[in-house]
Design a protein around this ligand. Structure first.
Ligand SMILES: [Zn+2]
Length: 474
């Protein structure tokens, strides 16, 4: 009996050592990392986020509001001592997410669809709750050794990421998946933070209406994993029931909030790259280049990719982390089973360039040919890489050489000085409907888009002086 009792006592104490009580939920959890490890995991992933989606900095009032509201929520949470960091991201998608350790993000795309500080508090409270309840910590630790380049895709909140094009881009990639229980828990904790922070609790219900409307607009973009995550309409009912309030909440535009987002960039920002016929122009970096005719082009903030019509050859241009093109070239050939060809020094668009042809075998043993070039461009080493099957390479090489050779500084000032569309908050000059406003006020959004942006019905009669968001052309 003695030995048995002793061994169970030992087992029990081992369990207790490995188990810690969650500050926010009061639940016992097993094998959680220490706060220090959790914060470090968050910091590392935060660095990935900042590379993929830099902060939005051109509108100080909007940034300040996100920080101020976020801090007020962190202060009333169970873990006020974390190094909380609330960041407004320069991303047109409607999204918000959090990383362990206190890193919370909201996009300018989401800010544009809100009407007041309380709704912003509701969104940030939910994300704050994922942190305080330590959701995703164990998954993030498991994934920390996975390729850092996919870091961003692991951390998109599944409840928001399906709204908008980001879903299509990230579909199939491993995401930090919260369980339905985690989501409910975050919703419940958010109720407490919003109330303790002094915000209107109705906003907790209202934001789900906003998400539901955006989701409906999503149409055939709605991805299959929607079925595995709580429906915003369900969460709306659930939260309304928890608060004992009506499930439908009137829209409440607030001057303070709307002033902070007045002028916010809306939609894709052409300063991060746009196509002009077959020319890719990147105003923020100051370069342009001509892609091979008829090739299909894609771009994000950093890189442009073009795929040949037969989808067998690829051209990519992107900035590198190198400050020296010789180092970049050496690094390119390190470690891989790449056969280097002749190296050529020259100039492109007036900038020094080192280029080199190469060959390698694909997974099936077929020979691939390629060309790589590194350009010293205003202190940044830009890379251009093309690759394709050996068969037909000589014809492609001519086409590709023209693209490599077309790299240069943006030739026309007008191309460099593009601006994004922006949110424009106006007080209605007279009573009117959204349909009237779309026709009369000079915005570029359709009546449907305007209704969605403002959370009102198309034919709702809005009084004179009503603060309406519209989208203004650059
Ligand atoms: Zn969530």
């Amino acid at each position: 009996m003695g030995a048995r009792a002793a061994s169970s006592a030992l087992a029990l104490s081992l369990v207790l050592v490995a188990c810690s009580r969650n500050a926010a939920t009061g639940r016992l959890q097993f094998l959680l990392p220490s706060d220090d490890e959790e914060i470090q995991l968050g910091r590392d992933a935060d660095a990935d986020v900042r590379v993929a989606m830099p902060p939005y900095t051109e509108q100080k009032a909007a940034t300040a509001l996100v920080v101020e509201v976020g801090r007020s929520l962190a202060a009333v949470s169970e873990r006020p001592e974390l190094p909380w960091q609330y960041t407004l991201l320069d991303d047109p998608q409607v999204n918000a997410f959090a990383l362990p350790g206190g890193f919370v993000y909201v996009t300018r795309g989401l800010l544009a669809h809100l009407e007041n500080t309380d709704e912003l508090a509701a969104v940030l409270a939910h994300e704050t709750a994922h942190v305080t309840a330590r959701h995703g910590v164990v998954q993030l630790r498991k994934q920390a050794t996975a390729r850092r380049s996919v870091g961003i895709f692991r951390v998109i909140d599944p409840n928001l990421r399906h709204i908008g094009g980001l879903a299509a881009r990230t579909a199939g990639l491993a995401l930090l998946a919260y369980s339905r229980e985690d989501e409910n828990e975050a919703d419940d904790l958010a109720i407490r933070y919003v109330q303790a922070g002094g915000y209107h609790r109705e906003a907790l219900v209202r934001v789900f209406e906003v998400l539901t409307a955006l989701e409906r607009k999503g149409g055939d973009q709605t991805p299959p994993w929607l079925s595995t995550h709580p429906d915003p309409a369900d969460r709306q009912r659930r939260t309304a029931a928890a608060l004992s309030i009506a499930a439908t909440v009137p829209v409440r535009p607030q001057a303070e909030y709307l002033q902070a987002i007045d002028g916010l960039a809306f939609g894709e920002d052409p300063r991060d790259g746009y196509m002009l016929g077959e020319t890719f122009v990147h105003p923020r970096s100051g370069f342009e280049l001509v892609l091979p005719p008829q090739w299909k082009a894609f771009h994000d903030r950093e890189q442009v990719v073009a795929v040949s019509p037969d989808e067998r050859a690829l051209f990519v241009a992107l900035p590198t982390k190198f400050s020296d093109r010789a180092r970049a070239l050496t690094d390119f050939f390190v470690g891989g089973e790449i056969t280097a060809g002749e190296r050529i020094e020259g100039k492109v668009g007036g900038f020094p360039v080192s280029s080199q042809s190469f060959a390698l075998l694909d997974d099936n043993g077929a020979k691939l040919m390629g060309l790589v070039a590194f350009v010293d461009f205003d202190g940044v080493v830009m890379a251009m890489v093309a690759i394709g099957p050996e068969q037909g390479w000589s014809e492609r090489a001519d086409v590709l050489a023209r693209s490599f050779g077309s790299f240069g500084r943006i030739a026309e000032r007008g191309r460099a000085e593009v601006q994004p569309a922006r949110i424009d908050v106006i007080a209605l000059p007279r009573a009117m409907t959204v349909q009237d406003a779309a026709r009369e006020l000079g915005g570029i959004t359709s009546a449907d888009g305007l209704a969605l942006l403002n959370g009102v019905a198309l034919d709702a009669a809005l009084p004179e002086g009503y603060l309406l968001k519209q989208v203004k052309a650059p």
